[in-house]
Design a protein around this ligand. Structure first.
Ligand code: ARG
Length: 462
């Protein structure tokens, strides 16, 4: 069979090596981007007077027919002709439809810039969809926060009880991280928003193509700065993989929290039966497999980022075939990320908070900071208050008691500043109500944060 470059060679390439280098089985995913890029290129050639109007019209009609066919029937874009890549597929289909005019389409253009355009166009259409998936997952956490109402739980530092917080505050902490993922993707979009066409294989093109007009036609905000740079530039792929890696790190941490908090040891939330699996041996088990998989798959996406950086680092200037490796990394990172977002959302939507259990865990010695603040309010320097309360905690621990068991006399043994009001001041609810800052777990602050998040969700179209 003839390839896009057969003329130079006396014989056919080794069949196994050709298959080894072919990318059709994964870059067919760029089908619609490739056709749209070619439509714009043909129009650019026509405007530059390189293509006769009749040829340009035939190319446009042929490409539109191919696009419609591929969009309505994805099985059309299959490997029945041994095409090397999606670019070869589209060109062969075009020539099959319109004959010689189709053979003029590639004038002044190379696959190096073509694949770079395709991948950038692909991200421009896929990133907003991924952002919607993240927003949907965020929506699930928000609904759970609303179901949790005014339930309290302990917060942890070093995985040791720290201070009481609203369960909603804990859930909104994960929402904050997911919102950063949406913003990070917007930055990736801005980076990818550059038109490579006009760069030729590396040195630019000898035809007077209006690349600015092409950029506008394809929805790009700017044109490439340098033809050599852009043909070998896949920084935007690394940035996408970084965004995906951090996104997966966030999902992994969410998964880890719910694996812990749905365990017998914590019991803060119950996992829906539909989001768990059993053991083939131990009849009592209810395992959080989907959450474990979300946590586990983060390693694979981070691996794509690390692998891609290594692939790029030794390349000489310009296009090198190594760059073809970008697509499998990117597509798998995307699929894994979206799959994990959906799995995490599904698990979260079935979680039931156990307010009695979380409230019980949110009382006791984790109110020590509030006791110190009580003394500070009575005029004691914080360092001294810390000492006093430390000693009190030491005593309570040795006696196996907590603050609520103390009589006024016992409080006073530790400081004359303690008065009758200490009993009402030292409760989990008083602790959160005393918080003053907008980012705190104060009920008013959390209600405002919830309202602001819902507004944000609406702005994301949810
Ligand atoms: N399949 C190639 C890739 O993904 C397309 C560009 C091919 N260019 C070339 N000079 N062989 O990078």
């Amino acid at each position: 069979m003839a390839h896009l470059w057969s003329g130079r060679f006396a014989g056919d390439p080794d069949a196994d090596l050709f298959a080894f280098g072919s990318s059709f089985r994964f870059d067919r995913r760029l089908f619609e981007d490739d056709v749209r890029g070619s439509l714009a290129w043909a129009a650019g050639l026509a405007r530059a007077g390189v293509l006769a109007p009749a040829d340009a019209a035939a190319i446009e009609a042929g490409l539109r027919e191919i696009l419609d066919k591929g969009l309505s029937d994805p099985s059309f874009v299959t490997d029945t002709h041994g095409d090397e890549d999606i670019h070869a597929f589209v060109e062969r289909e075009l020539v099959a439809r319109i004959g010689d005019a189709g053979r003029r389409l590639h004038t002044g253009r190379s696959r190096n810039e073509q694949v770079a355009v395709d991948l950038r166009l692909y991200l421009k259409r896929r990133v907003p969809a991924i952002q919607r998936e993240i927003a949907a997952a965020t929506g699930g956490l928000v609904q759970l926060a609303e179901r949790a109402g005014d339930a309290l739980m302990p917060s942890y530092t070093h995985l040791r009880r720290a201070q009481p917080v609203l369960v909603a505050h804990f859930l909104l902490s994960h929402v904050a991280a997911l919102r950063r993922d949406v913003d990070r993707l917007s930055a990736v979009l801005a980076e990818a928003d550059e038109l490579p066409l006009g760069s030729g294989a590396i040195a630019g093109t000898s035809y007077a193509i209006d690349v600015r007009g092409l950029a506008t036609a394809l929805g790009f905000g700017r044109i490439a700065r340098n033809s050599m740079d852009v043909s070998g530039d896949r920084d935007f792929v690394a940035s996408f993989l970084h965004a995906a890696s951090l996104g997966m790190v966030h999902l992994s941490r969410i998964a880890e929290d719910f694996i812990l908090f749905t365990s017998e040891e914590f019991g803060y939330f119950d996992l829906a039966d539909s989001a768990a699996t059993g053991s083939s041996l131990m009849p009592q088990k209810k395992n959080p497999d989907p959450l474990e998989l979300v946590r586990g798959k983060s390693g694979r996406v981070i691996g794509h980022l690390a692998g891609w950086l290594v692939t790029m680092k030794g390349l000489p200037a310009g296009y090198n075939k190594d760059l073809q490796e970008d697509k499998e990394a990117l597509f798998d990172a995307e699929d894994t990320w979206v799959g994990c977002l959906r799995a995490a959302s599904s698990v979260v939507s079935g979680l039931r908070p156990n307010p009695a259990v979380t409230a019980r865990a949110a009382s006791g010695l984790l109110l020590a900071t509030d006791v110190a603040d009580y003394l500070v309010a009575k005029g004691l320097p914080f360092r001294d208050a810390h000492e006093v309360v430390g000693a009190l905690v030491r005593r309570l621990l040795s006696e196996g008691r907590t603050f609520d068991d103390l009589s006024l006399e016992e409080w006073e043994q530790h400081s004359p500043l303690f008065g009758e009001d200490v009993r009402s001041a030292i409760t989990p609810l008083a602790s959160i109500e005393k918080k003053q800052t907008p980012q705190s777990t104060a009920p008013k602050a959390v209600a405002a944060a919830l309202a602001e998040t819902k507004k944000w969700l609406k702005a994301q179209g949810l």
